[in-house]
Design a protein around this ligand. Structure first.
Ligand code: NAP
Ligand code: MG
Length: 488
């Protein structure tokens, strides 16, 4: 699969060799070069925008059921090739194959979900002050979408944008992260296989500061759908040269609150999963945990045991490993920095704290899942997004203190609670200032419900009906009717 995609871009329905300079793509498990991508050149960016503009009218004009059929076909094509697509993702991103396969299957599910949603683009009629007037609200696709995505979920984060946009009747140009381009190109290939008309889906590779920025500034791009860091999101918002729609899904610094009534084993299991899965490289990863003081010692002991029990390995040769390598040197360096800062300020390392030992780990970005106890808010680990396999824990005395600590962040993406008391759940659920609150589970996002951040975690929603309406304009059509002649 990689051979067909190496060095290519997808423009106007064809996967073609990119004309720009090539840069290497590495396997994060061993540093070996797996392929290369070309930096899309200005002429290629123009060609992709022109193709998407030309395809927009006909695609938007198709009956919704026809767009739905295309999306169902895409979902089938992706599911059929889930194994090679998963291996490709592991090769460039590092997550174990089983996990990568799960992500590909969720992408297929997203195609089917938005296929059905496409057939439910309803409008509204609104009562007027007089009976001769009628107001209708129509929903119309925005136009050409520039989708800019990060490397941690190379399939899903493309898919939410792709499927929402296509269901709405928009066309799209995808700019994946430089370090995980091949999964996006493989999705592009599947769009061709599924018979999606040329120009509807385009994929351009290259550095975000060049190719992504060009899409942001291009007057022919009507909306930017961005997932990535808050820093780049803010830069994008500031640097648009024309008014355009923006959806910004940005960073997080997500807390977990464990109360005295919590099922402690369930809380530990959830905490270990959401702190360390994908090496913590998840925008909704648990970064910090606040535990009711009476159960604090028991919780940290059990969490350290759970972390130590996780297997860490090359995700290609060991598809069922709990963790692979981190995706690149950058988040690993930040993890070590946050760990050193916490230790210097008096925190205790209860698990991990170093790379696993062995020749097989030598050339990869591996790090053991790390639990740091007795943390305070003067430590980076509690106040910044680490994006690594490390979690800080601190005790609390009252629920209101837990709320204050949990909300003490510029971010507002997701938060988690483990509690058995309904009163505690209601108290925390109402007060946590986050777009997503998961209670007694750690899966904050499902495809049927809106998912989005607040504060510096962004604007706009993906998933659910809302995730399609983000790609639509509303039009108010207000008509005055006369009684027909001869009506009496
Ligand atoms: P990033 O550095 O912000 O990059 C994201 C994307 O933006 C990449 O494709 C990047 O390209 C591109 N880019 C960089 N500079 C740009 C510019 N000037 N104009 C246009 N595009 C530009 O983020 P990351 O390091 O890849 O991903 C990690 C971050 O994503 C974390 O903060 C995480 O919380 C966040 N995230 C948020 C969500 C959510 O749903 N809210 C989900 C997942 C991840 P290149 O990398 O190719 O240069
Ligand atoms: Mg980056």
């Amino acid at each position: 699969m990689l051979n067909e995609l190496n060095g290519k871009v997808l423009i106007d329905g064809a996967l073609v060799k990119g004309k720009g300079p090539q840069s290497p793509v590495e396997n994060p498990a061993n540093g070996a070069q797996i392929g290369a991508i070309a930096t899309a050149q200005p002429a290629e960016i123009e060609a992709a925008v022109s193709a998407a503009r030309a395809a927009f009218g006909p695609w938007a004009a198709l009956p919704a059921v026809t767009r739905a059929k295309h999306l169902h076909a895409l979902g089938d094509a992706i599911a059929q090739d889930a194994d090679p697509m998963a291996r490709l993702m592991t090769l460039e991103q590092g997550k174990p194959v089983n996990e990568a396969r799960g992500e590909i299957m969720k992408l297929a599910e997203t195609c089917h979900f938005y296929a059905e949603e496409a057939t439910r683009i309803h409008g509204e009629t609104i009562p007027n002050d007089t009976t001769d007037m009628e107001s209708t609200v129509l929903r119309e696709p925005i136009g050409v979408v520039g989708a800019i995505t990060p490397w941690n979920y190379p399939a899903e984060l493309v898919g939410w944008k792709l499927c929402g946009a296509l269901a709405a009747g928009c066309t799209i140009i995808i700019k994946p992260a430089e370090i995980t381009p091949f999964t996006a190109l493989a999705i592009g290939q599947k769009c061709i296989d599924a018979g999606i008309p040329r120009g509807v889906v385009n994929v351009l590779t290259g550095p975000g500061s060049v190719v992504g920025q060009a899409l942001v500034e291009h007057p022919g791009v009507d909306k930017i759908a961005f997932t990535g860091s808050s820093k780049v999101g803010l830069h994008i918002q500031k640097s648009a040269t024309t008014v355009k729609r923006m959806a910004l899904e940005l960073g997080g610094n997500c807390p977990l609150v464990v109360t005295q009534t919590a099922d402690l084993d369930a809380a530990v299991k959830g905490a270990a999963r959401r702190s360390f899965r994908n090496c913590g490289q998840i925008c909704i990863a648990i970064n910090r945990i606040y535990v009711a003081r009476p159960v604090y010692d028991a919780f940290i002991t059990k969490l350290a045991e759970a972390a130590d029990a996780l297997t860490i390995d090359d995700g290609l040769s060991n598809p069922g490993a709990d963790m692979g390598p981190m995706a690149s040197a950058e988040p690993l360096a930040k993890t070590k920095e946050h760990l050193a800062d916490a230790v210097a300020k008096g925190a205790r390392v209860l698990a991990g704290g170093a790379a696993p030992v062995g020749d097989e780990y030598e050339n990869g970005h591996f790090f053991r899942p790390t639990v740091v106890a007795d943390c305070t808010h003067d430590m980076q680990i509690m106040t910044e997004e680490t994006f690594g396999p490390i979690v800080g824990v601190a005790p609390f005395d009252t629920l209101s203190e837990a709320v204050t600590l949990a909300n003490d962040t510029p971010y507002g993406l997701a938060s988690y609670v483990y509690a058995k008391s309904a009163d505690e759940i209601r108290y925390l659920g109402q007060r946590l200032d986050y777009g997503n609150v998961a209670v007694n589970n750690v899966d904050a996002g499902i495809i049927n419900a809106p998912y989005g951040g607040r504060k510096q975690s962004g604007v706009g929603y993906e998933h659910g009906r809302e995730g399609m309406l983000e790609y639509m304009n509303f039009k108010h059509l207000r008509v005055r009717y006369d009684l027909p002649e001869g009506a009496g």
